[in-house]
Design a binder for this molecule. Sequence first.
Ligand SMILES: C[S@@+](CC[C@H](N)C(=O)[O-])C[C@H]1O[C@@H](n2cnc3c(N)ncnc32)[C@H](O)[C@@H]1O
Length: 324
Amino acid sequence: MINMFEKNLQISESFKEDESIVLYHGSCLDLLSKIPDRSIQLIVTSPPYNIGKEYEKKLKLEKYLEQQKYVIQECERVLSENGSICWQVGNYVDNGSIIPLDTVLYPIFSNLGLVLRNRIIWHFEHGLHCSKRFSGRYESVIWFTRKIKNYVFNLDPVRIPQKYPGKKYFKGPKAGQYSCNPLGKNPGDVWDIPNVKSNHIEKTKHPCQFPVGLIERLILSMSNEDDWVFDPFVGTGTSIVAAIRNGRRGVGAEIEKKYVDISRRRIQEAVLGTLKVRPMNKPKYDPNISGNKLTEAPWEKKAQDQSIQPMLFENRGEHKSENR
Ligand SMILES: C[S@@+](CC[C@H](N)C(=O)[O-])C[C@H]1O[C@@H](n2cnc3c(N)ncnc32)[C@H](O)[C@@H]1O
């Protein structure tokens, strides 16, 4: 934890540039109206998806997009010169037809002159089991900056282990030197991070919180220490928590009191260092590595036990007789 938080552990209820943590109970548009132009380095959020979750009223798609446009316009106003906006969304579902929200939100960002840098696919395992289409197991993060070359992008803090760590050239003028970056590789644009469901260590009563590790990767790569990270739909405060854990300032708005209360508790625990968080690059649970035999297909197990190969070809008997 850096000194900034030793000096100021207060959670402020309104935005002031000399604060470190701001949690606003109310609409994000009201909070945004108090934030000065070009003062926020990273805006990261998951807005309501308009699919009828307990905290939203389902609107016609056009009306929903109009509301999102107001918020995105204001976000563009407060975005710093070399800053980033990350909008994390899934699908809008209408009568069994899906509309990927990033595709319909993209024109709003590009009409404001923002440039799409990545469309990150966030893959996870848990969710509704569909019976009339394949179950949805990914959402996306669309990442925009202004039309400049020197936007903040720090790759080193978010590198992940190489597939073959320590690999070196074995011939030629570079023989003996690393053929890969020894700090690790670029994590790419498909991120396999467990979503916060059932017995995830970070689970609260909110139906769709961010995993802290997902936001930490964005914060570490798109901002520097002391910068402001803003989440207009902060829910359980995950973006502020991830900001604090990495020495950034955090500001967010949440309209529902019960989620503001959860946010406040999580922020306090993050400041004290007692909040339980799944580490950013912790590998996913793998039933095979963990030796979970329940996942083994029973016929394969039977074949192994009896040291027999499954009968794959009908002419197996003929080969046998030829060999005699
Ligand atoms: C998808 S959830 C965000 C969850 C969050 N990413 C987290 O980690 O907990 C969207 C949140 O936006 C809140 N919300 C809806 N309209 C809002 C508004 N106008 N201003 C602020 N928050 C709002 C909802 O109550 C809900 O908690």
